[in-house]
Design a protein around this ligand. Structure first.
Ligand SMILES: Cc1cc2nc3c(=O)[nH]c(=O)nc-3n(C[C@H](O)[C@H](O)[C@H](O)COP(=O)(O)O)c2cc1C
Length: 384
C-alpha cells in the first residue's frame, strides 16, 4: 500500500501556475563560453545565487551531476569544475528557507543505500524541500572513471529503475527487507532516519528518449523535456501528449518542466549581440567539440551532422528554447509557455547574478501582474 503524499514545505506543489528555478550553479551553468564574466561555482557565488532565488520565491535550485568536463585530458577546464550535487544541496538547504533544492544522482556511481541516506539527511536539513533528480548517465568517459561501463540504453534505464525501487523502499519500509534483481542484491536493508517528505522526496527525471519518457512518466513527479519547436501551438501539443501518456499508461499526473538559457537586455539587438558575443565569438570550442564527440559516441539518435548544427545552440547553454530579448519579450514567451501547459522552467545564465538580478527586477513583476505567479510573501524569512 502506498503511503499518502505529504510534502507541505515543498514549493513544487505550491499554487504558482508557472514555477521557476535555476540550473547548474554547482558548475559553470550550461554555457560553453570563455568570456571573463562567466559564472564559477565558488561557495560565495552558490550562496548568493541561491539566496537571490529564494528571496524572490523561486521554486527550484537544481544541481547537475557531472564528474568531468568534456575536453579529454584537460583537468582544469571550466566545464570540469563541478561541486558534488548532494553536499551542494545540503549547504544550499541550510542557506535558504523556501526553494526546493534538487540533488542529481548518477545511478551507476552511487549505491542506492548510500543515496537513500544522503537524501533523507538533506530532506531533514531542508525541512522537507529536497527533490531527487535521477539520471542514468550518458557520458562514457565519466562513467569509465568508476570502472562502470556505460550500459546499453534500455539496460541503463532498467538499472536505474531497480536503483530507485530500492531507494523508495528504504524511504518507506518499517522493516528490514531483501531485494534481488538483475543489477542489485541487498540483504536486510534499512535506512533510518527516513525523509520528512512522505512517501519520500519528489523525483525529477529528464530522459529524452522513448525509454526515458516511459521511465519518467512511471516514476517522476517532475519530467523535463526539451521543446522541439519555437511555435507555442506545437508546445501545447508536445506538453499535453506527454501528460496524457503518463495518465494513459500509468494513471499518474506529472508536472512538465523545461529549461532555458536566458539573455535579457534593454533591446532585442543588445540581447542578440551578447548571445553572439559569448556563444560564437568567445565559444569554448574545445568543450563543444568534446560534447559533440561524446554524444555521437554514446547518445541516442542524433547524427554527427545534427550535432554539428547544434554547436552554437549548445554553446549558448544547450536546451531547447532560449529566452533572448527584452523583459517584455521574455515575459511574453513565459506567458505563452505557461498557456501551453508548462508547469515550470529552469533558467541558466552566463553570469547568474547579473541575469537573476535583471529578471527579478523586470520580468518577475510582470509575471505576477499576469497572474502566473503570486507576489512572494515569504520575503525576509530567508535563512541567515
Ligand atoms: C534539465 C536536464 C537536466 C539534466 N541533468 C543531467 C545531469 O545532471 N547529469 C547527466 O549526466 N545528465 C543529465 N541530463 C541528461 C539526461 O539525464 C538524459 O541523459 C538525456 O536527456 C538523454 O535522455 P535519454 O537517456 O532518454 O536518451 C539532464 C537533462 C536535462 C534536460
Amino acid at each position: 500500500m502506498t503511503e499518502p503524499a505529504s510534502r507541505p514545505n515543498n514549493p513544487l506543489f505550491g499554487p504558482n501556475r508557472l514555477k521557476i528555478g535555476i540550473f547548474g550553479t554547482n558548475g559553470k551553468g550550461s554555457a560553453h563560453t570563455l568570456v571573463q564574466e562567466a559564472y564559477r561555482p565558488t561557495w560565495d557565488n552558490v550562496v548568493r545565487t541561491a539566496q537571490l532565488a529564494d528571496a524572490a520565491g523561486y521554486e527550484a535550485i537544481v544541481a547537475y551531476a557531472r564528474w568531468k568536463g568534456y575536453i579529454p585530458g584537460r583537468v582544469d577546464s571550466p566545464g570540469g569544475i563541478i561541486l558534488d550535487p548532494f553536499t551542494f544541496a545540503a549547504g544550499v538547504a541550510q542557506a535558504t528557507s523556501h526553494a526546493a533544492v534538487f540533488a542529481t544522482s548518477h545511478a551507476p556511481t552511487i549505491h542506492p543505500i548510500a543515496a537513500a541516506k544522503q537524501c533523507a539527511t538533506i530532506d531533514i536539513i531542508s525541512g522537507g524541500r529536497l527533490v531527487l533528480n535521477v539520471v542514468a548517465g550518458w557520458n562514457k568517459p565519466e562513467l569509465e572513471m568508476f570502472g562502470a561501463p556505460l550500459r546499453e540504453h534500455t539496460e541503463r534505464y532498467e538499472h536505474l529503475a531497480e536503483w530507485l525501487d530500492i531507494i523508495r523502499r528504504l524511504w518507506t519500509s518499517k522493516e528490514e527487507f531483501d531485494f534481488e534483481g538483475a543489477h542489485f542484491k541487498v540483504q536486510g536493508a534499512m535506512s533510518m532516519p527516513q525523509p520528512l517528505q512522505r512517501p519520500g522526496p519528489p523525483i525529477m527525471s529528464a530522459g529524452g528518449s522513448e525509454t526515458g519518457r516511459r521511465f519518467a512518466c512511471k516514476n517522476a513527479d517532475v519530467c523535463f523535456l526539451l521543446l522541439h519547436s519555437e511555435d507555442p501551438e506545437e508546445w501545447a501539443t508536445q506538453i499535453s501528449a506527454y501528460k496524457q501518456f503518463a495518465r494513459d499508461e500509468f494513471g499518474r499526473e506529472v508536472q512538465v518542466w523545461t529549461y532555458a538559457p536566458m539573455v535579457q537586455r534593454d533591446t532585442m539587438k543588445e540581447a542578440q549581440d551578447y548571445l553572439h558575443h559569448y556563444a560564437v565569438e568567445h565559444q569554448d570550442k574545445e568543450s563543444v567539440d568534446g560534447w559533440v564527440a561524446g554524444n555521437a559516441a554514446t547518445g541516442k539518435g542524433m547524427s554527427i551532422e545534427t550535432l554539428n548544427n547544434l554547436r552554437t545552440h549548445f554553446a549558448a547553454g544547450g536546451g531547447g528554447n532560449q529566452l533572448v530579448g527584452t523583459a517584455d519579450h521574455i515575459a511574453e514567451r513565459l506567458t505563452q509557455l505557461s498557456q501551453a501547459g508548462l508547469d515550470g522552467i529552469l533558467f541558466t545564465y552566463v553570469d547568474f547574478i547579473d541575469g537573476m538580478t535583471r529578471f527579478n527586477r523586470d520580468v518577475l513583476p510582470v509575471l505576477e501582474q499576469r497572474g502566473l505567479r503570486a507576489p512572494f510573501a515569504n520575503a525576509g524569512k530567508a535563512a541567515a
